[in-house]
Design a protein around this ligand. Structure first.
Ligand code: FE2
Length: 389
């Protein structure tokens, strides 16, 4: 997490009584403390204070599965998934369509057409919801998280939330379900924990909840909880958004891709310079609009390269793509390790005349092989592997 944050009512020390007068739950005179930890008790945590104990479960019931069905991918080749052609449908969480997966993540696309009715919690994974289109806010246990186009909305595992859109018909998301905590790279931080001057992002670019979503309601309220493929409906005796205050390093936040401050060199700088987040088994990078390289003979598109220990995915967000032909906004390309890829023919010499690029793309590079799903293959462009001819 970027840094320590606090919001609302807190006692002066952790794990001491926070008094709540005579009208408190069961007249106990207390707010109820709740600590949410990561990696056991060894990494980031937050401490929250509730009106009612957060353990009051009325009932639990299995709510089915969201199976991930792998396509036959024995043939090693490049892919262009035209995810912009996926039909609009469903709700913001339950309408997600799986595209690519391995043991470290599942990448989903979602273009909902109905509002999210039920509260949701991912019990096994952090989520990075990239807002390709749309605006609104997430109602969360920690408070309100406004979002807009270009935001990475980072939701730590176990955060109960609901997406409230300004216009559901305009929402378009790329979701990375991450089976280990998502972090800003350690190398961007100085030994005092602050982001270095010269890093491509800064503390002020990270937006945490600034307003609580306090709901004081003793009424059965269900939460749909996802743990890998399994869904469980847990009904609480009360609305779980009864938090009056919290502090710590664990909370949902946004970072806007257009706030990334890209570096440019005399010649091309490789993707580690664009890294935005890290996670077990993969990194997330932002290719933001930037000045191009300024050596007089600089090749201003990336190297042709063999990514022998990574599968690379590019999601095309905005602008014109100097190194690619035939991709559109919402396209997703997969360049697996084992075969080289690079700029399309004609793009190298064309790039020599350019000073800037307005392209915006999100990339995720994985250590382990990524598998396309059956749904991804339905929008796969079979001509893409020969597009370098
Ligand atoms: Fe590449």
């Amino acid at each position: 997490m970027p840094s320590y944050r606090r919001l609302g009512k807190l006692p002066p020390k952790r794990h001491i009584i926070l008094p709540n007068g005579e009208n408190s739950f069961l007249n106990e005179g207390l707010y109820y403390e709740h600590i949410i930890t990561t990696h056991g008790f060894d990494r980031a945590y937050s401490i929250l204070y509730h009106l009612r104990p957060p353990t009051r479960v009325l009932e639990t019931a299995s709510a089915g599965q969201i199976p991930i069905e792998a396509a036959d991918d024995r043939e090693l080749r490049h892919h262009h998934f035209k995810t912009q052609d996926l039909p609009r449908g469903g709700q913001p969480v339950t309408g997600r369509v799986p595209m690519l997966f391995n043991d470290d993540l599942v990448a989903w696309r979602c273009k909902p057409d109905q509002p999210q009715e039920e509260l949701f919690r991912n019990g096994a994974a952090d989520e990075v919801i990239f807002i390709q289109q749309g605006s609104g806010y997430l109602e969360t246990l920690y408070g309100k998280v406004p979002y807009r186009r270009g935001d990475y909305v980072v939701v730590p595992r176990s955060t109960t939330y609901r997406i409230v859109s300004d216009d559901i018909q305009k929402e378009d998301h790329l979701i990375l379900e991450c089976f280990a905590p998502v972090r800003v790279p350690d190398r961007y931080h100085n030994p005092d924990g602050q982001i270095y001057l010269g890093a491509p992002l800064y503390e002020r670019d990270f937006h945490s909840p600034e307003e609580l979503c306090l709901i004081d309601r003793e009424e059965p309220t269900s939460i749909l909880i996802k743990v890998h493929q399994n869904l469980t409906r847990v009904t609480m005796t009360h609305h779980p958004f009864d938090v009056v205050g919290w502090d710590g390093f664990l909370y949902p936040y946004t970072f806007n891709a257009w706030d990334f401050e890209p570096l440019t060199g005399t010649v091309h700088l490789p993707p580690p310079f664009q890294q935005t987040f890290e996670c077990r088994g993969f990194v997330i990078c932002t290719f933001a609009p930037r000045h191009l390289d300024h050596h007089p003979q600089a090749v201003k598109v990336p190297y042709v390269h063999s990514n022998v220990e990574a599968d690379e995915v590019l999601f095309y967000v905005d602008g014109e793509f100097g190194s690619r032909r035939g991709v559109d906004l919402g396209s997703m390309t997969l360049h697996p390790g084992g075969i080289p890829h690079g700029p399309h023919p004609g793009t190298i010499m064309k790039s020599m005349e350019m000073d800037r690029t307005n392209e915006m793309a999100v990339m995720f590079d994985t250590d382990r092989r990524l598998h396309p799903t059956v749904q991804a293959m339905q929008v796969d462009d079979p001509s893409y592997p020969k597009s370098w001819l």
